[in-house]
Design a protein around this ligand. Structure first.
Ligand code: ZN
Length: 95
């Protein structure tokens, strides 16, 4: 009786383990540095919430915007009336 050698194909798991898992090693790509231009300050006004002095900036969409460093309120002036009232109270600053 002669033994018959059966060539066994490696199963999926063995194949996966055998394969060098090079694809799994991901080298962290350096994040592209995006330089954002600082918002232009157009004036100073009192914070409507805490009444401290806050800087008024102009957003990219040309709307006034305050971000109070004391009480953390953020206000966007999106309408004509709010902008009008802000302008009345605001002390404008030059470039
Ligand atoms: Zn405030």
């Amino acid at each position: 009786m002669s033994k018959v050698k059966i060539k066994r194909k490696p199963n999926l798991l063995e194949r996966l383990i055998g394969v060098k898992a090079k694809e799994n090693v991901t080298t962290p790509k350096p994040e592209p540095v995006v330089l954002q231009p600082a918002l232009r300050q157009i004036g100073i006004t009192g914070c409507p919430v805490c009444k401290r002095e806050v800087a008024v900036y102009l957003t990219k969409t040309q709307r006034p915007f305050v971000n109070c460093g004391f009480c953390s309120v953020r206000i966007f002036y999106n309408g004509r009336e709010s902008m009008r009232r802000l302008k009345r109270k605001m002390t404008e600053v030059g470039e």
